[in-house]
Design a protein around this ligand. Structure first.
Ligand code: NAD
Length: 370
């Protein structure tokens, strides 16, 4: 048995614990069937942490997150905690993790599984076989730039200000993630900004070109204006391999790309920090969906987004590519058999619970690994 590394599991609220339970079972499967073990810690975050520890993320949990090779995060939030002040909301736990771990690159794959091609609102011919990755800069840009605020400018008028700001270093480190990732995929990067109307966009483009010239000439680089990219994502999304863009455009384009796939219960994500001296990056993996209070506690949530998030951790934090492939292939095969949780149910398919979906995926992993 080899220890692949350490994991901090933060299930959170709502369906978070239900879907995280299925990750635990896949972790056990890896130990049993592949001889791969993880050193595991579990902690509280979000509403669960507010109730038990009086804060959305305790300092001790933050320390464990900094020490772990990967944080696996469920979801946070719920009506019970909605009236609290901004710093005491469940989401503050997630924002603290992102900020203190300096997770500047958000990776959101948009993959259309053959079996779910009809779940997209776009025509099957447009999305069949889609497999793209959006890399969004996560810690800079207009959401964090100074000056910001609302001020009174007299005569009953007010002014709201936010500042879009990027430096060379911020652009290079996220573009580097995109180029490195593209080398392991289709070897194409499309850099997205608005250099025609924004100086920060012009700088973005120039710096991406400079880095490409210096270190990544083997990767095909193209550029697109953000508005054109929004259009191309619904017109011909398969032209893209890796898209890299800033925080604001990435926020929108990644949600748009997500919807090409049809279901929020299927979408994983990763957030990565800078590599340390040994090349290890801080990393947090989470499903795109929230805590889904409307279906929590009923064993009907789709566990696939959470399981695929763990699959991304296997790939990006532990270099366990064969195991990540196995998990992804098992998900594809199970969907092909017609097994469906309620959110992706289609006529003629077999409806199943959270735990039965995970059982079936693990049985398929047994078969594939045999
Ligand atoms: P949501 O993603 O929780 O739910 C949206 C809809 O999708 C709901 O109808 C839900 O039942 C369904 N859904 C989501 N995940 C599903 C799954 N795995 N399987 C089946 N159906 C699924 O978003 P929301 O309703 O806007 O927010 C609910 C709570 O989650 C709020 O408190 C919000 O603040 C929080 N939230 C947290 C995160 C996070 O933790 N990263 C992200 C988004 C929202």
């Amino acid at each position: 048995m080899s220890v692949a590394g350490s994991l901090l599991l933060l299930p959170g609220d709502g369906i978070g614990p239900e879907v995280m339970r299925q990750v635990r079972r896949v972790i056990d499967w890896m130990a049993r069937r592949r001889g791969i073990e993880f050193a595991i810690e579990e902690g509280l975050v979000g509403g669960a942490a507010i109730d038990a520890q009086g804060t959305p993320l305790a300092d001790a949990t933050m320390e464990k997150a900094q020490a772990a090779d990967a944080v696996i995060f469920g979801a946070v939030g719920g009506a019970k905690w909605e009236g609290l002040g901004f710093d005491m909301r469940p989401e503050a736990g997630l924002l603290r993790l992102r900020k203190e771990m300096d997770l500047f690159a958000n990776l959101r794959p948009a993959v259309v599984f053959d079996a779910l091609v009809d779940a997209s609102t776009l025509k099957p011919d447009v999305v069949r076989g889609l497999d793209l990755m959006i890399i969004r800069e996560l810690t800079g840009g207009v959401y964090f730039g100074e000056p910001r605020g609302i001020s009174d400018i007299g005569k009953g008028q007010r002014r709201g200000i936010n500042t879009q700001v990027y430096t060379t270093a911020e652009i290079h480190r996220v573009a580097r993630v995109a180029f490195e990732l593209a080398r392991k995929r289709g070897n194409k990067v499309c850099s997205v900004e608005k250099h025609n109307v924004m100086e920060s966009g012009l700088l973005w483009k120039e710096e991406v070109i400079a880095l490409h010239q210096k270190e990544y000439q083997d990767v095909e680089l193209s550029h697109m204006l953000a508005d054109a990219c929004a259009m191309q994502l619904v017109r011909n999304p398969r032209q893209f391999d890796v898209i890299v863009t800033d925080n604001l455009f990435g926020d929108m384009l990644s949600d748009e790309a997500a919807m090409l796939t049809g279901s929020i219960g299927m979408l994983p994500s990763a957030s990565l920090g800078a590599p340390d001296a040994n090349g290890k990056r801080k990393a947090l993996y989470e499903p795109v969906h929230g805590s889904a209070p409307d279906i929590a506690g009923r064993d009907i949530a789709n566990p696939i987004a959470m399981l695929l998030s763990f699959g991304m951790a296997l790939r990006w934090s532990f270099d366990l590519h064969a195991e990540a492939d196995l998990l992804e292939r098992a998900v594809q095969n199970v969907l092909k058999t017609g097994m469906r949780t309620a959110d992706i149910m289609q006529p003629g398919m077999a409806r199943c619970s959270t735990s039965v979906m995970a059982d079936t995926i693990m049985r398929e992993m047994d078969k594939l690994a045999a």
